[in-house]
Structure formats: C-alpha cells, structure tokens
Write a protein that binds this ligand. Structure first.
Ligand SMILES: Cc1cc2nc3c(=O)[nH]c(=O)nc-3n(C[C@H](O)[C@H](O)[C@H](O)COP(=O)(O)OP(=O)(O)OC[C@H]3O[C@@H](n4cnc5c(N)ncnc54)[C@H](O)[C@@H]3O)c2cc1C
Length: 509
C-alpha cells in the first residue's frame, strides 16, 4: 500500500532509518521526524555493528550502509584476564560514534525527502497522520501512556556505566579489574582513531562497598559521576595506558529489559527500544531498531491497509526479536555472574563467553576463530596446542578423562551406574531461570551432595538452564556435577563441558 502521511516520534537510529526507507518506498508521501533534542546533541559513545547486521542493512539500502561503513572503524575482539589475552580474529566487526551514525542517518533521511524537525517533543494525539511511528526510545512516553501495548519492564541486578576514552584500543576487549571492593568488568571497543567506548559493570555489593551509591545520588542528571570515573581510571589503569575516562551524563544504571504484548495500538506502532530492549552485552540495540524499520517498510509495501501492515510487521518481526531477547537475557545473566568464573583459564573463559547464551556453538567458534577456540579446548583437555584440533572435536571432548575427588572417569559421558549410586542426588531442574529462587535452592542442595545428577525437560531452553544451574553448583560446591542432555542438544553439552558448566554429561535419545 501507499501511505500519504507518516509522523515519526524520535530521531534515533530506528526512527531516522524507518523514515528514509518509507520515503524511498513512498516518494510522494509526507514523512516527518520529530526529535526533542537538537541535531548535534551528543549522548553516548560508540555503537557496534556486526557483519550480519551489515548484510541486512545492505540488502535494505546499500547507499546508507555505504555511508555508515565509510565512517565506521573496524576492530578485532579479545578477552584479557591478568597477563593472559585470548585474541579473536573478527574482520567484519565495525563500530561507529553514535553521533556520527545519527548525523549520517539524518543526512540520508533528508536526501530521501524526509522532513526533520528538531527541538520538538511530540505525542501521538497531536499528530495528524495515517501512521505514527513511536521510536521514542527506552523511556517511550508513547508506550507508557497506553496500556494497550501491555509493556513489561524488568530490571537487571547488576549496575553499569557508559563512558569513553580518548584513544583507540587495539581491539574490543573484555577485561576484569579486581579491586579491594570487588570485581568490575569493562567491555571496551574502539570506534574512531581517537576514541573507545568503555562500558563498565559491577554487582550491587561491590558498587556499595566502593561508595558509589553515594556518588550516584550526589550526581545531578546533567552531570557525570566523576567520583566513579576517577576510581575506575585507577582500576583500569593498565588498559587505559594513562588515559582518562570521559563522561557524558555518565552515571551508574541498571539495565531494563522492555517487552510489549503488542507493538501497535490503532495507527501507532512502537519501533526499536520503545518496543523492546536487549542487553548491551550482545551489542544489538541499534541493529534491532534498524531491522524493525526494514520489517515495517516491507510490511507496509505488502499490505492493503495500515492495520494489516502492523499485524504483518509484528508477525514477521516478533520471532526474531523474542529470540534475540532470550539470548540477551542469558548474556546479561552470564555477565552479572562473571566474577565467579575468574578461576577458569582465560582460553577457556573465551569459550565460556562465546557459548554463554547458546547462540554460538563450539563448531561455529572453531570455524570463525580456530586458533583461539582450539587453545581453549586444548586447555580443557590438557592437550598440546601444537597438535592442532582433531577432526571430530565433539567426540574428542567427550572422550577426555576426568580426575575428580569423587572418582576417575575414562570419558566425560557419565556411566549409568553412577545415577543409581545411593550417594548420587538426582535433581530435577525445572526452573524459569537459572538464577531464580528455585534454582538457588537446588544450588544450595548440591553443597551437601557428593554427586548431583541434573535432569529435567528436554526442550533446549531447559537444557541451557540446566547447564547454567550446573555451573553454579560447580562454582559453589565440591560435588561432581552430571547433566542430562538430549541428543539434539549434544553441541550444548560439549560447549558446556569445555566451559565449566558440567563435569560429566549423560546424552539421552
Ligand atoms: C550502555 C549502552 C550501550 C549500548 N551499546 C550498544 C551497542 O554497542 N550496539 C548497539 O546496537 N546498541 C547499543 N546500545 C543500545 C542503543 O543505544 C539503542 O538500542 C538504540 O539507540 C535504539 O535506537 P532507537 O532509535 O530505538 O532509540 P534511541 O536511540 O533511544 O532514540 C530515541 C529518540 O527519541 C527521542 N525522543 C524521545 N521521546 C520523544 C518525544 N516525545 N518527542 C520527540 N523525540 C523524542 C530521544 O531524544 C531520542 O533521540 C547501547 C545502549 C546502552 C544503554
């Protein structure tokens, strides 16, 4: 269908990109973006764009993607713990300053014929349009004002702050810093020749012990928490190489995951962070917003009415968003529990990191970064790295011996007799999250057991939860931990073994 008048509330990446795509598809339409801030408001630092996102954007609009790539900064990825660094080759990882991205998207929208109005806050009731796109961000007033969207917002337990520094790190890094108050982890990546994003997170106890509850309270909304920035500059001195941490309304926050029962109400549709958020550790917020725009444009082109298009948009888009939000939630929980994994050798920590959310399996990691992946697997199996990976890595992993206080095992496949042993505590793990109260009660039970054998539903989400509960047990007890895994989830079992999420596995039919 052709739309005549479209109003877009919010000139972030989602709103600007949607406006451009819709204008390209509907050249005669009157499309206006209303942005409450000025065009050059600098909020935020860099934004990452992975290779698959670049492919999707290229298919939708090669011109704007070329403009983005021309100003983006390519980098690699590594994890650093102490003196050890695991470097992951990753050629297509791009980052760009959020301000640069916005200025490119503003230009691209204008070139297409979109009208941009800055410094004006709008709400749907004021706008006379066939379609209102509410891309008004995580704090969307449109979403809050209308219960029809059925919004649900959950808050993560950890705290993070978003800052930057004035030099380009050699690669994206994940680096923990242990201080007298606890552990802080930085996710940092370069996004320009003289800039890197620094995202730092910690747990609430460490945050309090360091006195950041006070500095957070004392920081005005328009200021940065300089007390925290000074402290973190010292904590991450090695990584920062003497550079400062730069704030921009930088303060400690807790991540909010937004989900909505419905993304549209009448002719108003939510897009991007207004509709859904995904934890920053999977670097997908901007991608999701821009891919929403692609789906909305396609739905409008293929439908006869606005109403039909909004149903189609949600039908096509929701499964991908739900899937990514699930991955993001696992990733968030992994990072929130990161300090418990500090004993793993850094090579294995890299395996645990890559496979943390069940998105990347060991095979894919081996394909994309054979050296790093094999180093981790060899470290797990006490093998000589120079020997190179075996042909069948899964069989090799499962075939490793295990020496444990509970006994010696020829392979990582648990013998059936172990389950029947009277000292084995067979526990059914049927939890909504590996971190909820029910899961914690099971973890407590493992402390009083010599061997725990975790069983439960066969669906993959449950298997991943089971492995996460098993990991918690391995970290907090001396028990031998066995996990039941259906054959269909064998790659998860193998990834779990090398990442310290199970001592042994039992692979069922
Ligand atoms: C710490 C952190 C790190 C992140 N790192 C990454 C990353 O590496 N990669 C990535 O892809 N994403 C990242 N994100 C997420 C990313 O910033 C957002 O997901 C993305 O900007 C969402 O785009 P959007 O267009 O939906 O909303 P936004 O970019 O939030 O834009 C919304 C716009 O609407 C405007 N607005 C709001 N209300 C009104 C109104 N009533 N009238 C007019 N204008 C209004 C706001 O001023 C704003 O400009 C990160 C987020 C955080 C918090």
């Amino acid at each position: 269908m052709k739309v005549d008048r479209v109003a877009v509330i919010g000139g972030g990446p989602g709103g600007l990109y949607a406006a451009r795509l819709l204008k390209l598809s509907n050249p005669a339409a009157d499309i206006t973006v209303y942005e409450q801030s000025s065009p050059d408001t600098t909020f935020g630092f860099g934004v990452g764009l992975a290779s698959r996102t670049q492919r999707n954007l290229r298919l939708a609009d090669a011109v704007s993607l070329d403009a983005i790539v021309a100003q983006a900064y390519s980098h690699e990825m590594s994890m650093q713990v102490g003196d050890a660094t695991a470097r992951l080759a990753h050629g297509d990882l791009l980052a760009i300053a959020r301000t640069t991205l916005l200025s490119i998207l503003q230009g691209q929208a204008r070139d297409a014929g979109v009208r941009l109005v800055f410094g004006e806050r709008r709400e749907p009731a004021e706008l006379d349009a066939d379609l209102v796109i509410a891309s008004d961000g995580i704090n969307s007033a449109t979403r809050t004002a209308n219960p029809e969207f059925g919004a649900d917002i959950t808050t993560g337990s950890g705290l993070y702050l978003w800052c930057g520094t004035d030099f380009a790190l050699p690669s994206a890094i994940f680096v923990p810093a242990i201080t007298e108050h606890g552990t802080f982890v930085a996710h940092a990546y370069p996004y320009a020749v003289d800039r890197s994003t620094f995202l730092i997170e910690t747990d609430v106890e460490t945050w309090r012990r360091a006195g950041f509850d006070n500095s957070t309270e004392a920081t005005e909304a328009a200021d940065s928490d300089e007390v925290s920035l000074r402290y973190l500059k010292t904590a991450f001195a090695d990584t920062l190489q003497g550079h400062d941490l730069i704030g921009n309304r930088t303060r400690w926050m807790q991540f909010r995951t937004v989900t909505c029962r419905s993304w549209s109400a009448g002719n108003v549709v939510l897009l991007g962070d207004a509709a859904h958020t995904a934890h920053y550790s999977i670097g997908s917020g901007t991608k999701l917003a821009m891919e929403d725009a692609i789906a909305l444009d396609a739905a409008l082109s293929s439908s006869d009415t606005v109403e039909g298009a909004l149903v189609e948009y949600e039908r096509v888009r929701r499964p991908a968003v739900d899937h990514l939000q699930q991955i993001a939630l696992r990733s968030e929980q992994w990072w929130e529990s990161f300090p418990h994994r500090m004993d793993l050798p850094v090579e294995q920590l890299m395996l645990a990191y890559m496979t943390r959310a069940g998105k990347v399996g060991l095979d894919r990691f081996l394909e994309s970064a054979p050296d790093v992946a094999w180093k981790g697997i060899a470290s797990y199996g006490n093998a000589d790295v120079d020997s190179g990976p075996p042909e069948d890595v899964s069989a090799w992993v499962l075939g490793r011996e295990l020496e444990h206080a509970r006994g010696s095992f020829d392979t990582r496949l648990a013998p059936d007799a172990l389950r029947d042993d009277p000292t084995t505590n067979v526990l059914t793990v049927d939890v909504e999250s590996a971190w909820n109260e029910k899961a914690t009660a099971l973890v407590d039970e493992a402390r009083a057991s010599a061997t725990v054998w975790l069983t439960g539903p066969v669906e993959r989400a449950h298997v991943l939860d089971r492995l996460d509960v098993a990991e918690r047990m391995m970290q907090s007890s001396d028990a031998l931990v066995v996990v039941d895994v259906p054959k269909s989830c064998l790659p998860d079992a193998v990834a779990g073994l090398v990442s310290g999420r199970a001592h042994l596995v039992s692979v069922g039919g």
